[in-house]
Design a protein around this ligand. Structure first.
Ligand SMILES: *[C@@H]1O[C@H](CO)[C@@H](O)[C@H](O)[C@H]1NC(C)=O
Length: 285
């Protein structure tokens, strides 16, 4: 029997078993019929959308409960973005390791990006925000720090490597201690990361515009960043009450939106000629 029909059968049997064993005793006023799930399915769902929304959406199947539907979508999107963020820079790291070189990567850019990620991470953590609303920055921080250290390692700058590793630990320790970096300062630092993140996109937008092409920019990365940052606007509105985080996400979505627009606009204008070819033709001219 193929695996999928076996699992369908198993599901039906489980479903029947849970339904029939929970049939209400047939007199009025007894508990209402509910869609009960077995614990291995129930527990993770409760952990995700909490008891109240689990009861409303799954047990009572109340599809008019818009608050809980929005919350459930937000949680699913949030963890999707966390998972995406966990792997987004792995290809880059593997490329550096397999070629034993980090040539062409800007050390300054990675210092700045690592710092901005760590500040965002600690700000959200100290605010007590749910992990699903910011978790990707944990993984982005680790990946950016790894790339920074790899750049130094392959450039054979051992003392700078050790100094950077120590500096990262000290910065993390300071940011995590409210006695050293008070709440006001933490907020200021986080606010400062917003224009820094946006500024890093401006040169790319300008280059695309002046070339009339998006060049070697990865369409996959641009569209993912746009979709991710836009979904973050939704999860922020749904789950947080923090105008600063909302402003940061709205602006990030806007700037990523400009890049995505350029990508599609120049793709159509250049009639589907792959951007790399245009780049090469330009170089040959
Ligand atoms: C469904 O949810 C809505 C919104 O919370 C609520 O007003 C309504 O009473 C619920 N309906 C049932 C059948 O539980």
């Amino acid at each position: 029997m193929p695996a999928h029909s076996f699992s369908t059968l198993l599901f039906l049997l489980t479903f029947l078993a849970t339904q029939t064993s929970q049939l209400p005793i047939p007199y009025e006023g007894y508990f209402p019929r509910k869609n009960l799930l077995p614990p291995p399915l129930r527990d993770p769902l409760v952990a995700l959308i909490d008891e109240k929304c689990y009861t409303s959406l799954i047990e009572n199947f109340n599809l008019t409960d818009l608050g809980c539907i929005k919350y459930a979508i937000s949680k699913a999107l949030g963890f999707g973005i966390v998972l995406g963020g966990a792997i987004v820079k792995i290809p880059q790291i593997l490329t550096i390791i397999s070629s034993s070189s980090a040539e062409g990567l800007s050390l300054a850019a990675y210092y700045l990006e690592s710092l901005s990620c760590v500040i965002t991470l600690v700000y959200n953590y100290r605010q007590g925000n749910p992990f699903s609303t910011y978790g990707e920055v944990l993984f982005l921080s680790l990946q950016n720090i790894a790339i920074t250290l790899l750049i130094l390692a392959y450039a054979r700058r051992q003392s700078a490597l050790v100094a950077s590793a120590v500096a990262i630990l000290l910065v993390a320790k300071a940011l995590l201690s409210p006695d050293i970096v008070g709440p006001g300062w933490m907020q200021t630092l986080y606010a400062a990361t917003i224009p820094i993140n946006l500024a890093s996109k401006v040169p790319q937008i300008y280059t695309n515009w002046s070339n009339g092409s998006t060049g070697k920019l990865s369409a996959f990365a641009v569209l993912n960043y746009f979709l991710g940052s836009t979904a973050r606007v939704f999860t922020t509105i749904t789950e947080l009450d923090d105008p600063l985080v909302l402003a940061g996400n709205v602006l990030a979505s806007l700037f990523n939106g400009i890049l995505a627009f350029q990508l599609i606009y120049y793709w159509r204008k250049n009639k589907g000629i792959p951007p790399q070819v245009i780049e090469e033709v330009k170089k040959a001219d």
